[in-house]
Ligand binder design. Structure first.
Ligand SMILES: NC(=O)c1ccc[n+]([C@@H]2O[C@H](COP(=O)([O-])OP(=O)(O)OC[C@H]3O[C@@H](n4cnc5c(N)ncnc54)[C@H](O)[C@@H]3O)[C@@H](O)[C@H]2O)c1
Length: 249
């Protein structure tokens, strides 16, 4: 059940936070997990933790916004592992590193691009690099970590981030229609407020979460682990909210 033995998974930004939880979950289901992060030390340590826990993992450090670096690294990984079967596009800026917030009318155009680069171009680069191989082999899973900010309007100064996250959701929907015939599914997960955000930011919002707590990396991992599994082969083009009940619609 939910067994991923023999599959290779690449999780971006898995040196910490949600990505680390997702990587651990996929490894616990038997996949060999390639832990990507822009920070090589974090990637190495996260992969080592999986190995210490009895799982299979290696690390690969590069920046998802660098198209050439992504293509070259993923080509190399595909050769080493005979293809990437599962891609989790986890990198995004809304976690431990405090996100710059500004109302759109006050925002500086020079600051827009970095949100689009990480949260949308990063997803496009990685997905584009793995998809042909998945289609050729007739099996694949692409899972993109989006956000509540990508599906609803919020008055907290995250409009550009939200626009990029919304783009990543609809990118999955469109690609899902193109590749379903090859046995490749593409889905998105909209996370609510997770326990990587700064405490002072979280404390005002926790009372509005029906489950009464922040989400954890394990919560993100369970959903990704299910979508990655063989059992989820008839689920594609969908968005799943993992948010403690914060947005029940
Ligand atoms: N934390 C939240 O409350 C929350 C809410 C909704 C959605 N999300 C989404 O969940 C995902 C994970 O968030 P998190 O809270 O774990 O973030 P995090 O900041 O804790 O971790 C992100 C990891 O990605 C790495 N990284 C950053 N930029 C990179 C790049 N360009 N290339 C490769 N690696 C890079 C970082 O080094 C870090 O290890 C993101 O897509 C985020 O937008 C988070």
């Amino acid at each position: 059940m939910l067994d991923l033995t023999g599959k290779t998974a690449l999780v971006t930004g898995a040196g910490s936070g949600m990505g680390q939880g997702i990587a651990r979950q996929l490894a616990s289901q038997g996949a060999h997990v390639v832990v990507n992060d822009i920070d090589a030390d974090k990637a190495r340590a996260s992969a080592q933790q999986i190995v210490d826990d009895g799982g299979k993992a290696s690390h690969s450090a590069w920046d998802v916004t660098d198209s050439a670096a992504v293509t070259s690294a993923i080509d190399g990984l595909c050769t080493t592992f005979a293809g990437i079967d599962i891609l989790v596009n986890n990198v995004g800026n809304a976690g431990a590193v405090e996100m710059e917030q500004a109302l759109f009318k006050d925002s500086l155009p020079d600051n827009w691009r970095k949100f689009i680069d990480v949260n949308l171009y990063g997803v496009m680069h990685c997905t584009h690099a793995v998809l042909p191989g998945m289609c050729e082999r007739g099996w694949g899973r692409v899972i993109t970590i989006s956000s509540a900010a990508g599906r609803t309007g919020l008055n907290i100064g995250v409009s550009i981030y939200g626009a990029a996250k919304a783009g990543s959701i609809n990118l999955m929907r469109h690609i899902s229609q193109e590749v379903a015939q090859y046995g490749v599914t593409c889905n998105a997960i909209a996370l609510g407020l997770m326990d990587t955000v700064p405490e002072e930011f979280a404390e005002h919002i926790i009372p509005s979460i029906p489950c009464g707590r922040l989400g954890t990396a394990a919560d993100a991992g369970y959903m990704a682990g299910f979508l990655a599994a063989h059992e989820a082969s008839w689920i594609t083009g969908q968005l799943f909210c993992v948010d403690g009940g914060a947005a029940p619609y």
